[in-house]
Design a protein around this ligand. Structure first.
Ligand code: BV8
Length: 319
């Protein structure tokens, strides 16, 4: 496996600086889970059947086609449960255990950071979780977290012969894993309709077979994620802002994100304004956020699963 060769001088200067850091923040995007086999939003992985993932992640899409949106999220729950955290998830969890002044903001809803035993008090989910569901009835406050039932209801079952995600260590963007699914379809390994393949008609499900609220009995349940146009959880935003304003920030790690979605992406400049130096880990040299790289920043190109443990080794040892 071609390891992401980190230029020695950059690694040295970063490792040196990291040793003196106390207040560190990390912003995570889909790229950190790519080498666990989960496709990212952009690139080939960004498509589910013929739909742009971002077109389905809206309240309007759910109102118009709750069955389509639930099949999209049920598929992502299924794949996230099949995936395993990778060494980057574990390395960040270990850094959090050794430094309680290190917090992580994740845009990801795949549950891989919590499954890597990332200390929950130092992990902030900006966009919710695939494994939270909540009632859509206006007067009902029901929600439940850490629901790993798969499928949530029989109608949302994914054919159990969907091949295991087998992210090769060379699969740095998760696209190979998602392609292997379509190859399995082409190869006929998946006999039944698999909802990830646009050539297979998607069953139109009536609302009554979709997940409903056990409390008010009539509300449709929805995925407990933040959709486009929805505000981020204010409790989380307040906790992060309180941490950010408590003192200067030494370092922000920006890992596997195209930094295109706000207000999440805005934390890079917020941290910079609090004195932080910036270290970006990304496959794509262009994805460095709207304000780009500034003097003193680091950019480490390659797979987060390989690079992040390498960057943190001086402080956390081998993970
Ligand atoms: C809101 C959950 C307002 C659902 C998601 C300015 C300010 C405020 C808002 C806006 C603004 N401008 C525009 C907006 C609106 C909008 C927005 O930002 N739109 C964008 C498209 C311009 N923002 C919102 O709607 C937010 N809400 O602002 O509300 C408001 C206020 C009051 C009252 C009402 C409303 C809500 C946004 C949250 C949407 N939900 N996710 C779900 O997952 O289904 S967003 C979703 O997409 C992710 O969570 C993530 O945030 C984003 C995808 O980004 P990435 O994670 O970065 O993934 P991507 O594929 O783009 O990139 C992957 C990267 O990894 C790439 O750089 C690639 O090179 C790299 N990579 C790939 N492989 C690897 C790798 N790197 C390392 N290693 C590898 N192996």
């Amino acid at each position: 496996m071609a390891s992401s060769a980190i230029p020695a001088a950059d690694l040295r200067s970063f490792a040196e600086y990291l040793k003196g850091c106390k207040r560190i923040i990390a912003l995570l995007g889909a790229g950190i889970s790519a080498s666990s086999g989960l496709p990212t939003f952009r690139g080939a992985g960004g498509l589910w059947r013929s739909y742009e993932a971002t077109d389905l992640a809206t309240p309007e899409a759910f109102d118009a086609n709750p069955d389509l949106v639930w099949q999209f999220y049920s598929y992502r729950r299924h794949m996230a449960l099949k995936a395993q955290p990778n060494r980057a998830h574990y390395a960040l969890a270990e850094l959090a255990r050794r430094n309680t002044d290190f917090i992580t903001l994740t845009q990801n809803v795949d549950g891989l950071s919590p499954r890597a035993n990332h200390p929950s008090k130092q992990l902030h989910h900006l966009h919710g979780s695939l494994f939270t569901v909540k009632c859509t009835s206006f007067y009902c406050t029901y929600s439940r977290e850490n629901d790993f039932t798969d499928p949530l209801v029989p109608a949302l079952a994914i054919p159990d012969n969907t091949p295991e995600l087998n992210p090769s260590t060379d699969d740095k963007t998760g696209e190979v894993a998602s392609r292997s699914l379509s190859q399995a379809l082409k190869g006929g390994e998946i006999k039944e309709a698999d909802i990830s393949d646009e050539r297979v008609p998607l069953p139109a499900l009536s609302t009554d077979v979709l997940p409903h609220c056990p409390k008010c009995k009539e509300g449709l349940l929805r995925p407990g994620v933040v959709w486009f146009g929805e505000s981020l959880p204010s409790k989380t935003l307040n906790q992060v802002d309180k941490w950010m304003n408590a003192a200067f920030v030494d370092l922000i790690l920006v890992i596997g994100t195209s930094s295109k979605v706000y207000p999440a992406a805005g934390y890079v400049d917020k941290a910079r304004a609090r004195g932080a130096r910036v270290a970006v880990v990304n496959m794509d040299r262009n994805d460095v956020g709207s304000s780009g790289l500034q003097p003193g920043d680091w950019f480490f190109q390659g797979d987060a699963g390989t690079i992040v443990p390498e960057l943190l080794k001086g402080v956390i040892g081998e993970v």
